[in-house]
Design a protein around this ligand. Sequence first.
Ligand code: NDP
Length: 240
Amino acid sequence: MARIAIVTGGTRGIGEAISLALKDMGMTVAANYAGNEEKANAFTERAGIKSYKWDVGDYDACQTGCAKVAEELGPVDVLVNNAGITRDGTLARMSFDDWNDVIRINLGGCFNMAKACFPGMVERGWGRIVNIGSINGQAGQYGQVNYAAAKSGIHGFTKALAQEGAKKGVTVNAIAPGYIDTDMVAAVPEAVLEKIVAKIPVGRLGQADEIARGVAFLCAEEGGFVTGSTLSLNGGQHMY
Ligand code: NDP
């Protein structure tokens, strides 16, 4: 039987590449998205992967959405918490809503989705969870106290949940991407982006496929010994 995977934010950017990589591994993939119907429909048509709309920051919507996927495709074996947003600004300029939305979606989404999927994985004795963190959760970033806090939280969440899953055949890992060429990075002003690229030892932005390759490694059948780890895929920008 093919493994069933949910990729949040799986219809574009890094998530799209992850959905395609897991499909290539023989998995049946459900790609979640927030509201960009046009991109989601085009992705489904192109990739032959079903897309499902719900807000990962909404606890009840996650439970209902995952139940629908399980009903239509089967019990969920693999969860990739990839959905994320930015609402940048210095602390002085950041509104409470900008803080709260980023924490609620980026970090809260991991909790909401794990609540829906982790118990079944434990019960069946096999599962893979990969949470997409960020270099900025490891190193911090000017104008991103909300995003850095959420992503840093994801790294702690990963290590804690990995301990709960370890004896049950469920691995939980994180990937910390550096700067990847997607819509999210396209929103960064060009002058700022030039300065960022200048600091990347390999001299370029990463590609979504390069993150997807890491996810595929962590989700493999043979990946059972890798848990609680963070894979830093950042072109050498932050080494530790
Ligand atoms: P994009 O902005 O290109 O895509 C974001 C995806 O997440 C979209 O599919 C979007 O859905 C979905 N999404 C956003 N909010 C929600 C929500 N509330 N519920 C469900 N889905 C949601 O992002 P990237 O591909 O660039 O980033 C993917 C992940 O990688 C994020 O977690 C990001 O923080 C992280 N990351 C990205 C880096 C980069 O350089 N790009 C660097 C480090 C980490 P819709 O299409 O409907 O809007």
